[in-house]
Design a protein around this ligand. Structure first.
Ligand SMILES: [Zn+2]
Length: 403
């Protein structure tokens, strides 16, 4: 059997196939050709993955990668292959008016595969809160989607108070209508600013209305936010409309970023069975000192510390987001015949402390996953050193002594 690359001795962990066992992965012509390659296989190159997890290429369902078009966005490869992630989804940075330059000047130059959830605003997140609904041309929006189906896989709506009182058009109706006409999922950002002039009752009615129109395949992102306009109360109890939305097949994406999760709320919600199906990062301009906020493997580590199983955690980083992008036949799995998109992760056991950012909670955990190597279409790409070598979570004692 012709093999270009053999990943040897790693713990192959692929929830899409129910695989968790030490074996080799053989790659040829950019594709996975065999798991458990025969020992006499001739191979040009080998990687020793002993002691590491060998997973399907990680997928970030919520990134901001329209570099140079939106000031907060990063380069796709910074969020992607250089962070051990082989596929990223830009979650609403651009609207239909900027898809062409995004595609031509950014996506086409990236080694990472990039998908797009178009913002319902024609200008995306060039200006926040979003503007331009008065000039939005629905026919042009739908035509842009139709011409770019290979990359456009959803619509993004931020469920913020300004949508209610700052626009003449009903932006929620608009987003739902575009998504349904295009046959694409809707991703809803949860969490408003703290200064919006809405009462608690108005906010709950607004979110309840949105939950009521979501359908199978739609995604709630920043699912564990403690800001006004979330779907969980601080004690982890859900809004009444959440459970029926989830029973219809709506997904929860964690997307913690540095300010969109409260670990106490998340732990209580997880205990009630409200587990995340995806680990978007919400990566914006990278902070060199704190890569753990912007790293899918680190988000997975945080949720393992919150009580999620390794299997559910790796699924939320691989096969689940593949399904959200309608790419389950092409990525998120190590099935022979698929493109050789693989993430090799360090698996560290010890006493770690995880931090949720703005909410200010620290929790202990015993497992930390670090991205080490991305394999993209069979090409070996080392992860940026501060992601691969740096374990940001000091041992509990070290961290506590410093406090
Ligand atoms: Zn975001």
């Amino acid at each position: 059997m012709h093999t270009d690359l053999l990943i040897q001795g790693g713990r192959v962990f692929d929830p899409s196939q129910g695989i968790d066992r030490v074996m080799d992965v053989a790659i040829a012509d950019g594709k996975i050709v065999a798991l458990d390659a025969p020992p006499d296989a001739e191979t040009a190159q080998t990687i020793d993955a002993t002691g590491r997890l060998v997973c399907p290429g990680l997928i970030d369902i919520h990134a901001h990668v329209s570099r140079d078009l939106v000031s907060l966005a990063v380069d796709p490869d910074e969020a992607g292959v250089l962070a051990g992630v082989t596929t990223v989804n830009d979650a609403g940075s651009v609207g239909y008016l900027h898809l062409h330059p995004f595609r031509k000047f950014v996506i086409s130059q990236a080694r990472t595969d990039v998908f797009v959830f178009l913002n319902v605003s024609p200008f995306g997140e060039v200006v926040l809160p979003e503007v331009g609904f008065d000039i939005l041309d629905e026919a042009a929006f739908l035509a842009t989607i139709a011409a770019n189906r290979d990359i456009v896989r959803g619509i993004k709506l931020r469920a913020i108070g300004e949508l209610i009182y700052a626009n003449k058009v009903d932006v929620v109706d608009l987003a739902v209508r575009i998504a349904r006409k295009a046959g694409l999922p809707l991703m809803v950002h949860l969490g408003m600013g703290f200064k919006e002039p809405l009462s608690a009752e108005e906010i709950e009615a607004f979110i309840t209305r949105i939950l009521g129109v979501l359908e199978k395949g739609d995604i709630l992102t920043h699912a564990y936010t403690d800001k006004p306009g979330g779907v969980f109360r601080l004690d982890g109890t859900p809004l009444p409309a959440l459970e029926s939305a989830l029973s219809r097949g709506v997904y929860l994406d964690a997307a913690p970023g540095r300010g969109h999760i409260n670990f106490n709320l998340a732990r209580l919600a997880l205990q009630r069975g409200f587990t995340p199906q995806a680990f978007g990062t919400d990566v914006v301009k990278l902070d060199e000192e704190q890569p753990h906020f912007y790293n899918v493997a680190a988000v997975a580590s945080k949720f393992i510390a919150l009580g999620l199983s390794l299997k559910d955690a790796i699924a939320a980083a691989t096969c689940n987001p593949a399904r959200m992008l309608n790419e389950q036949d092409k990525r998120g799995s190590l099935k022979p015949g698929m493109a050789a998109d693989i993430s090799i992760l360090g698996y560290h056991e010890g006493e770690f402390l995880f931090h949720d950012g703005r909410a200010g909670n620290l929790i202990p955990g015993n497992v930390f996953l670090s991205p080490e190597t991305a394999i993209k279409n069979g090409e070996i790409i080392p992860v940026r050193e501060n992601f691969s070598k740096h374990i940001p979570y000091k041992t509990m004692m070290e961290a506590l002594l410093k406090k």
